[in-house]
Design a protein around this ligand. Structure first.
Ligand code: PXG
Length: 460
């Protein structure tokens, strides 16, 4: 292999150079520099190896994105062949190319029939930036230019660029300059933490009704769209109660507010359906996609539009003043095409729905159903969250749940498994190609990490 960098430097050497030049994501950089980041050097299937030769089972598929796992030669070959043939051209100046055309044909063959068009981007954040402009433009074309406000949810995550962080509901991101005008938020449907005495069904409806209240407060004539993840990902892998989405959909339709689903994590088979909104049974007007579109092998995202929106924009909108140098990049498109073909032709999404998904959840309920530290197990398909709890009867959470979850994640690394911590929840989202044996290993090593955490929490 002709890698353009030295293959084997000392870990400390990598760390010193990394500290000299990089600002990492969501971290106190000074503290990380003192600790030194882990250096990942290789991936194969579900496994990663670091620069010390230690092997990890990646229970998070990178950042919820490597649906096919690491080291897929068909994706590498697709990238190499496309680079040889046409490494770059763009979709400006009345131009297109075969890779992006075939990708879109395949994408819309996988999507429900009421979607017809896509605007490609390079990331999920960009998809949500484009979303705001597209939604506003749509209402302009329909003669309602005052419909501009986007409503999102507290603790939602839609990306790190300016408008995407504003749509999201991470207050600490807003406080660091991440807010724009004409964005409002409602509460998240996190029953375990916030449901109080209400049943999940009552709480789900209550949270949904907040959308109606917010629309009435702002004036429906001013509200352009509501954006939400079908289930919250970065915010803790939180599934809303079943009563939530039908009520949200009713409200959006009643007040003529576009329903915008952020499928960046939920898309491409994660729940056992191709898209998470299909699992929850609602029909969004737009879908933001990224991550699993290319299995993370190259950056690519997009905003999918319903026929109704596309018809207005295309037939009546004239010029839409928007474009990215790398929209529909041919190499990313070729990789996405190979990735979606593999997910479809190898029956991987079906396998998640019928076999590995139910297998994982049966196993999790066996192992953690009565665990003293775990109050709730959520998820479906290859997606799961374990909720830490101090008192199961009252659903009281630990005051230091963040630290406990981080500790659990660290124990996981020591045991050779990567799981994600958010507040008091541990998250698993392995590659969709995971075998039953790999899921056994994931749950087994996670159990060791959770038991070790339970000991320091005084629960074992
Ligand atoms: N929407 C959702 C729902 C996401 O989860 C984005 C948009 C932004 O996508 P880009 O490609 O711009 O990163 C995301 C990203 C985590 C984690 O730790 C989650 C994300 C990214 C990084 C870390 O859970 N999601």
């Amino acid at each position: 292999m002709n890698l353009p960098f030295e293959p084997q430097r000392q870990t400390q050497d990598y760390q010193a150079s990394d500290a000299a030049h990089h600002i990492h994501a969501f971290v106190d950089q000074k503290a990380l520099n003192a600790e030194g980041p882990r250096v990942m050097v290789r991936g194969e299937g579900l496994y990663l190896w670091d620069s010390e030769g230690k092997r990890y089972l990646d229970g998070m598929s990178g950042l919820w994105c490597t649906q096919l796992g690491y080291g897929r030669k068909d994706l590498t070959a697709a990238a190499a062949a496309q680079m040889d043939q046409l490494a770059y051209y763009n979709m400006f100046f009345h131009t297109t190319h075969p890779a992006v055309i075939e990708l879109s044909e395949l994408l819309f063959s996988l999507l429900p029939g009421h979607y017809s068009h896509v605007i490609y981007t390079n990331s999920g954040s960009e998809a949500n930036e484009v979303l705001i402009r597209t939604v506003r433009r749509y209402w302009q074309v329909l003669g309602k230019p005052q419909k501009k406000i986007m409503i999102g949810r507290w603790n939602g995550y839609h990306g790190s660029t300016l408008a995407a962080s504003a749509l999201g509901g991470m207050k600490f991101m807003h406080e660091m300059g991440g807010l724009i005008p004409d964005v409002a938020h409602i509460d998240e449907p996190y029953w375990y933490a916030q449901g109080g005495e209400l049943t999940p069904a009552e709480f789900g409806r209550r949270c949904a009704l907040q959308l109606e209240e917010k629309i009435l407060e702002l004036g429906a004539q001013n509200v352009a769209g509501f954006i939400a993840e079908p289930f919250q990902g970065a915010g803790g892998m939180i599934f809303p109660p079943e009563s939530y989405w039908p009520e949200i959909q009713r409200i959006c339709r009643q007040y003529d507010v576009l329903l915008c689903a952020d499928e960046v994590i939920g898309g491409f088979g994660r729940t056992g359906e191709w898209f998470a909104h299909q699992h929850f049974g609602f029909e969004p007007d737009t879908l933001s996609i990224a991550k699993g579109l290319t299995s993370g092998y190259l950056p690519m995202g997009g905003l999918v539009l319903s026929k109704r929106m596309a018809e207005a924009l295309v037939e009546r909108g004239g010029v839409f003043a928007h474009g990215l140098t790398y929209s529909g990049h041919p190499v990313a498109a070729a990789v996405a095409l190979a990735n979606l073909k593999a997910l479809r032709d190898e029956g991987i999404v079906r396998q998640v729905k019928d076999d590995t998904g139910p297998y994982l959840h049966t196993l999790l309920h066996e192992v953690f159903g009565n665990h003293p530290l775990i109050g709730e197990i959520q998820g479906t398909g290859l997606l799961a969250a374990l909720q830490f709890v101090e008192d199961k009867g009252t659903r009281k959470r630990f005051a230091n749940e963040n630290d406990l979850a981080w500790q659990c994640r660290t124990f996981g690394f020591e045991e050779g498994v990567i799981i994600r911590s958010t507040m008091g929840r541990m998250i698993m989202a392995p590659a969709l190609v995971a075998s039953r044996a790999e899921l056994d290993e994931l749950v087994d090593k996670t159990r060791i990490a959770v038991d070790r955490t339970a000991r320091i929490a005084g629960k074992l």
